[in-house]
Design a protein around this ligand. Structure first.
Ligand SMILES: [Zn+2]
Length: 361
C-alpha cells in the first residue's frame, strides 16, 4: 500500500469512527443558541473586590487561531496563546508540558486549596478565592429571587484532557463548573448535542441551563469569563481571567481596567461583548466554525472533519466533582485512568444523586 492510499484509509477510518461516535442517534447537530445582551447596569459595588473584565488575551475566543484566518493572523494568535500560558504559569503555577518551569516553582495544585462556595466545597487556586467570595456575597444579595441551589461544583483538575495543544483553565484551578449535570454545553460533545435541552430550538441560551442569568451577570463583574459566550456554549463554566493581583480594592484597580477607563463605558462591557458577537455567528457558518475551532491546533491535522473535531472536544476535560476532601484523591486517581480518546462519563459523587453528567470544558 502506498503512502497516499494509506493516508486516505486512515482519514476514512477516522471519519467513520468519529461519525459513528458522535451521531449515534442520528440527531441533527444542535443550533447555537442566541446569547442575550442583557447585563443590567452595574450596581454600586459594596464588596471588597474590584469590578473587572477579563484580560483580553486570556479569552479563548481571542487567542485561538482559526484555519480560515490569514497565516499572519494565525501567527499573531499563537503568540497570544503563548502569552496566555505564560501569564497563567506565572500567576497560578507551572503545569507540566505548558510554559516554562522557571516562571513558577509551584504547581497549581500546590497553589490551591479547598474553598466554600454556596455551601459546597471546591478546590481552586488560592489566588482567586477572594473573587469567588465576592461573587457569592453579591449572588446572595442580588439573586435571591431566583430559587437556585447548586448541588455540585468542579474546580481544579490535575490532568489536562485537552489533546489539541490547548491547556484547560481547570488545571490552573481558575475554572469552576456549576452543576455540570444541569447546565449544558451543547456545542461541546456529541452527548450534549443529543440532550433534549440542546436539540430544542431556543430564543436564548438561558433556556439551556438551570442556573439563573443573574449568576452569570454577577460572575462576569468580578473578572470571570462565562464560557457560555464561547462558541462551545459551555454554560456551566466560569473562569477567572481578570488580574489576580488586583482582585481586592485595597490593591488598586487592575492595569487593564485603568487602560479601559480611558475608553469610557468599555469598562463595563468590553471583552465580553466582543466574545458574544463572535459566538453568535450565523448558523450558515456553523460547520466551518466547528471544524476550524480545532483545525489549526497541532494535534488536529485532520481538521477538515467536523466529526473528528467534535470527538476532539469531549476528551478535552472530564467533569470531576469531588464533593468532599475525602473524595478528592479518589477522583484524581480515576482521572488518571481515563483515556483521552472517548467522551467521558462521570460517576456522580455520592451526595448529588445524579447518575450521569456530561463533560464540559
Ligand atoms: Zn469547565
Amino acid at each position: 500500500m502506498n503512502v497516499r492510499l494509506f493516508m486516505l484509509s486512515l482519514i476514512a477510518f477516522g471519519l467513520g469512527f468519529a461519525a459513528a461516535g458522535s451521531r449515534a442517534q442520528n440527531r441533527p447537530r444542535p443550533q447555537r443558541a442566541p446569547i442575550p445582551d442583557d447585563a443590567p447596569p452595574l450596581p454600586e459595588n459594596t464588596t471588597e473586590c474590584n469590578y473587572q473584565t477579563p484580560v483580553d488575551f486570556l479569552v479563548r475566543e481571542n487567542f485561538l487561531p482559526r484555519w480560515t484566518q490569514p497565516p499572519e493572523e494565525q501567527r499573531r494568535r499563537r503568540g497570544l496563546q503563548a502569552q496566555a500560558v505564560e501569564w497563567r504559569t506565572q500567576h497560578y503555577g507551572y503545569f507540566e508540558g505548558f510554559g516554562n518551569r522557571r516562571d513558577n516553582e509551584n504547581t497549581p495544585m500546590e497553589n490551591s486549596s479547598r474553598v466554600e462556595f454556596m455551601d459546597l466545597s471546591v478546590r481552586l487556586n488560592n489566588q482567586i478565592h477572594p473573587a469567588l467570595a465576592c461573587v457569592e456575597q453579591q449572588i446572595r444579595a442580588e439573586c435571591g429571587d431566583d430559587d437556585y441551589t447548586p448541588v455540585r461544583l468542579s474546580g481544579l483538575r490535575t490532568r489536562n484532557t485537552y489533546h489539541n495543544g490547548q491547556v484547560s483553565n481547570h488545571v490552573y484551578g481558575i475554572a469552576i463548573d456549576i452543576d455540570p449535570q444541569l447546565n449544558t454545553c451543547c456545542m461541546c460533545v456529541a452527548q450534549w448535542g443529543d440532550h433534549p435541552l440542546c436539540q430544542n430550538p431556543v430564543e436564548s441560551i438561558y433556556e439551556r441551563m438551570a442556573m439563573p442569568p443573574c449568576w452569570v451577570h454577577v460572575f462576569e463583574r468580578f473578572g470571570f469569563y462565562w464560557l457560555g459566550r464561547d462558541r462551545l456554549q459551555d454554560t456551566m463554566h466560569f473562569e477567572f481571567l481578570g488580574d489576580p493581583a488586583h482582585i481586592l480594592k485595597s490593591a488598586g484597580p487592575a492595569p487593564h481596567m485603568a487602560a479601559q477607563a480611558g475608553e469610557g463605558s468599555a469598562v463595563e462591557t468590553g471583552e465580553t461583548g466582543e466574545a458574544e458577537t463572535e459566538a453568535t455567528e450565523t448558523d450558515a457558518t456553523e460547520t466551518g466554525e466547528a471544524a476550524d475551532s480545532e483545525a489549526v491546533e497541532p494535534a488536529a491535522t485532520e481538521g477538515d472533519s467536523e466529526a473528528a473535531t467534535e470527538t476532539a472536544e469531549p476528551a478535552t476535560e472530564e467533569t470531576q466533582t469531588p464533593a468532599t476532601a475525602e473524595e478528592e484523591s479518589a477522583t484524581e486517581e480515576a482521572a488518571t485512568e481515563e483515556t483521552t480518546e472517548a467522551p467521558e462519563e462521570e460517576s456522580a459523587p455520592e451526595s448529588s444523586g445524579c447518575s450521569v453528567a456530561f463533560p464540559g470544558l
